[in-house]
Design a binder for this molecule. Structure first.
Ligand code: C2O
Ligand code: CU
Ligand code: CU
Length: 580
């Protein structure tokens, strides 16, 4: 400490509208040993999170600041002299700042990201009748210390990857062997086309404690094999989906083309599904429980309390790939097919590679695109998927990191993405490679797109903070016994989805695989010209989507896939009715 001066302390101020305007104090200075505080005058929750990580892999400082509160950041007093970037984990593209620490020497400095454990590849199950027990298990997630108690499908996190040829009937029997307090479960095969009773309904056809249920997936569409695709399965229980997924009830599901394809895409060990999801841990490697201070539900499905909408965002401070923190994967100097899935409750990622190497996107989660698209970065929100090829040719000895970068598409009102290193590819050896990157892939199945919009779904925030808030669709919170729309089987529907709220939502529609007709009144970008089931909607945005309803009658869901939004009302039910 220089001279006799008292240590200089400072405060980071967050004012109304910070999610779009940023921190009020974008640069602050303290002296070593000085105190750093945060004052949140906004009505939303924010964080002050260091961009850099320490030896333990955690941000150098990281505090959550509830609306209307002041919090101090003791870790900042221990930092070495220098400049440290910080951001809000909920609004990382708009809320950034720098902290300057003045002093002579000593103190905590940032550490380079370490990749200390191999990537986990979930076991692959290919049989026509899959049996999975939902059970507690200890899972290696962090590289040091104890394994983490999770709720799993079959003892692993992610659960086993189910891999089946399209058009081949597939049954999956789940047995609920979870502790009684976990109560009943419901499993949804996200993206697949199947009967209402096999859809993982939030409030019916449940799997009670100690009970089993068999789901049937014919993997057909209108009697023909469905497109090859990258689906996933996860719990969908009403009001508890976010917690059940946080605890580990997630797995991947790949549907392959039944006949050998002439496309020569990378296959076998060079086809790597990656489930990316964030979690936070206690000092003993248990998951933290962000639901302990959960919003309280009132009688009429509104919520009060600190985590009531719109502040119901569950963010983990460690981003995991296939359940492991900062893993590495040894690869050959060949092309790889990576299937990226965002399994987080709220976090969005802007995937990019550390050496500026592009992704060649060949598919969405619901099948191949008509044409390959070269992309420097790929933004995926909760439940969104991308099927990409990465080329490591001539790179033996190189290490390439998969990052999530700050959102770079120019949106000023949309929710930002996490900024972090996710995993590392180590290019170890040369090998033969017969794969190629085809430019023309598979045409999207044709449908006659109606000219008029049959139904508009408006996503917004309802209620008020004194009587309770809820996330709404067309002004209403989810009600399990209400039918929000009826669709005649055999019809082709064109729907408009609009976001009137001031945060981004990621909207998922069950039952069919959809064509994106318009995004904000214009032709969608090339990567949105395949089939889709989940769309990003920034504040004020709209998409128009179309699908032909075939095969199944009964109830299906439309909802936001930010799981706390879903649990807090942002879900509606449509019923497909027999025609004639
Ligand atoms: Cu992936 Cu209705 O959910
Ligand atoms: Cu924020
Ligand atoms: Cu949402």
């Amino acid at each position: 400490m220089a001279g006799d001066a008292a240590p200089v302390s400072a405060s980071i101020v967050i004012d109304q509208g910070a999610s779009t305007r940023g921190y009020t104090t974008k640069s602050v200075t303290i002296s070593q040993d000085g105190t750093l505080s945060v004052v949140n005058l906004d009505s939303m929750e924010h964080t002050v999170t260091a961009d850099d990580r320490g030896e333990d892999g955690l941000p150098l400082f990281d505090v959550l600041v509830p609306p209307g509160s002041t919090v101090s950041i003791p870790a900042a007093s221990k930092l070495a002299p220098g400049t440290f970037g910080f951001h809000c984990s909920f609004h990382p593209s708009t809320m950034t700042g720098t902290l300057t620490v003045e002093g002579d020497s000593g103190g905590v400095t940032p550490a380079a990201p370490k990749f200390e454990q191999p990537l986990f590849s979930p076991p692959v199950i290919t049989g026509s009748h899959v049996r999975l027990r939902m059970e507690p298990a200890l899972v290696r997630m962090l590289p040091h210390g104890a394994r983490t108690p999770m709720w799993t499908f079959g003892g692993t996190y992610p659960g086993p990857t189910i891999r089946r040829p399209a058009g081949h009937d597939t049954r999956v029997t789940f047995t609920n062997g979870l502790p009684r307090r976990a109560r009943s479960m419901s499993v949804h095969f996200h993206g697949d086309h199947h009967a209402s009773a096999d859809d993982g309904q939030p409030d019916r056809f449940l799997i009670g404690h100690g009970h089993s249920r068999t789901y049937d997936f014919p993997l057909t569409y209108g009697g023909r094999p469905e497109p090859s695709s990258f689906f996933w399965y996860h719990d969908h229980r009403m009001n508890r989906t976010s917690q059940n997924n946080w605890h580990g009830l997630q797995g991947m599901f790949i549907v392959d083309d039944p006949k050998p394809s002439s496309l020569r895409l990378p296959a076998g060990r060079r086809d790597v599904p990656l489930l990316v999801a964030d979690r936070s841990f206690t000092a003993t490697n248990d998951l933290t429980n962000p639901y302990r201070h959960a919003a309280t539900m009132t009688d009429d499905m509104t919520f009060i309390g600190p985590n009531a909408p719109p502040t119901d965002v569950v963010i983990g401070n460690r981003i995991l790939v296939n359940g492991r923190f900062a893993p590495y994967l040894p690869v050959s100097a060949t092309r790889y097919r990576l299937r990226l899935l965002n399994g987080s409750s709220a976090s969005a990622y802007n995937f990019a590679l550390s050496d500026g190497r592009p992704f060649v996107q060949i598919g969405t989660g619901d099948g191949l695109l008509p044409h390959a698209v070269v992309r420097q970065s790929i933004l995926l929100g909760p439940a969104q998927r991308a099927d990409v090829i990465v080329d490591f040719h001539r790179e033996v000895g190189k290490k390439v990191v998969l990052w999530s970068l700050a959102r770079s598409d120019g949106s000023t009102t949309g929710t930002g993405t996490r900024v972090d290193a996710l995993m590392q590819f180590r290019v170890r050896w040369k090998a033969d490679d017969r794969s190629r990157i085809p430019s023309t892939l598979v045409p999207v199945p044709k449908i006659d797109i109606p000219t008029h919009v049959a139904k508009t779904w408006v996503f917004d925030l309802g209620g008020d903070s004194t009587t309770g808030t809820f996330w709404s669709i067309n002004g209403k919170a989810f009600a399990p016994d209400r039918v929000d729309y009826r669709v005649p089987l055999g019809s082709t529907q064109r729907w408009r989805i609009r976001n009137d709220s001031d945060v981004t939502h990621f909207v998922h529609i069950h039952a069919e695989q959809w064509h994106t007709v318009l995004r904000d009144g214009k032709r969608p970008p090339p990567w949105e010209r395949g089939l889709e089931d989940t769309w990003r909607l920034d504040p004020g945005e709209s998409v128009e989507v179309a699908a032909h309803f075939v095969d199944y009658t009964g109830a299906f869901m439309i909802h936001c896939h930010m799981l706390d939004h879903e649990d807090h009302g942002m879900m509606a039910r449509f019923v497909v009715t027999p025609h004639g």
